[in-house]
Design a protein around this ligand. Structure first.
Ligand SMILES: CC(C)(COP(=O)(O)OP(=O)(O)OC[C@H]1O[C@@H](n2cnc3c(N)ncnc32)[C@H](O)[C@@H]1OP(=O)(O)O)[C@@H](O)C(=O)NCCC(=O)NCCS
Length: 272
């Protein structure tokens, strides 16, 4: 059986990247024209920057790790919008490389794996402006099972800690949904996460990487699905979901590698 590997956990802090107009246009020329047009339609420049860096990280993955030429790489999207690699075509003997990106708040993250489905979600822990915690929770409660909701609203937690716990569960659900490539079509209440008593919580110890959380679907344990949960900084939590077919194959949890624009400039080539 081919072994499963996580080959990239990359993060880029976009709030620290303030390009000149000239550099922004240069970076836009490094991505496919249809993605450039999509990004140019963004209402907020912050959203455009997040998406743009995401596209560059996808290309960087295949250049830096798999030695492809920047301008021979072609991505497409599934009917549910998940980006996939279409060119160059893999040989049957090559490992199957999967990847996924997420962006929110200050960060863009990319994860990649060989011979495993993988999904990622990063969230900035904050309340939407002009919303109370009570109102925010009321509008999103229906995405979580009763068991999950009781964990999120633990009465020993302050409101801010409950918000952190909420986003940790959110990242778990989203990263699973993204690993299987689905979107809003799933009944999110039937996907239930159970935190393990064997490791401390990220609320008490945000420096750790949690890896023992379990997934139940319709009350049945799904042992092939594994998770990594951590924080990129005080306010951004991130969840990774991947599946292992071979249970002997233990993957060591790792922190995200942090990249800056120079890393992209080292490999990138103009496409348009
Ligand atoms: C697409 C979806 C899966 C993720 O979107 P999101 O959380 O807004 O955004 P993220 O930053 O995490 O991810 C966006 C990136 O994921 C990728 N992506 C898009 N559709 C995807 C899909 N169906 N599967 C996996 N990845 C996808 C893209 O690279 C996208 O980047 P881009 O917009 O720059 O192209 C989301 O729209 C969705 O349907 N979520 C599930 C439903 C839900 O309510 N979740 C709540 C969890 S409690």
């Amino acid at each position: 059986m081919s072994s499963t590997k996580i080959t990239a956990r990359w993060a880029f802090n976009v709030s620290e990247w303030n390009p000149s107009d000239e550099q922004y246009q240069q970076i836009l020329s490094f991505i496919q024209p249809e993605e450039k047009s999509r990004i140019n339609r963004s209402y907020f420049i912050e959203d455009a920057k997040l998406s743009l860096i995401g596209r560059c990280l996808m290309r960087l993955l295949f250049c830096k790790l798999y030695k492809y030429d920047w301008n021979t790489i072609q991505f497409s999207r599934t009917e549910r919008n998940k980006p996939i690699l279409v060119t160059p075509k893999m040989k049957d003997s090559d490992p199957i490389i999967n990847f996924n990106i997420s962006h929110h708040g200050d960060w863009v993250v990319l994860v990649a794996s060989e011979n495993s489905l993988i999904g990622v979600d990063v969230m900035k822990v904050e309340l939407p402006s002009n919303q109370t915690l009570e109102y925010f929770f009321e509008t999103l409660k229906d995405r979580f099972s009763d068991y999950e909701w009781s964990t999120i609203t633990n009465q020993n937690y302050t409101e801010f800690q409950q918000l952190h716990q909420f986003y940790q569960f959110w990242c778990l659900k989203e990263s699973y949904v993204k690993a299987i490539g689905l979107g809003l079509s799933l009944d999110l209440r039937s996907i239930e996460f159970h935190l393990s008593n064997e490791e401390s919580s990220l609320i008490e110890n945000p420096q750790i990487i949690k890896s023992k959380t379990q997934l139940f679907i319709n009350n049945e344990l799904q042992p092939e699905w594994k998770f990594e949960e951590s924080y990129l900084d005080d306010l951004h939590c991130v969840g990774i979901t991947y599946n292992v077919l071979d249970h002997e194959n233990i993957i060591n949890s790792q922190n995200f590698d942090k990249f800056e624009i120079d890393e992209i400039l080292k490999y990138a080539k103009k496409l348009n």
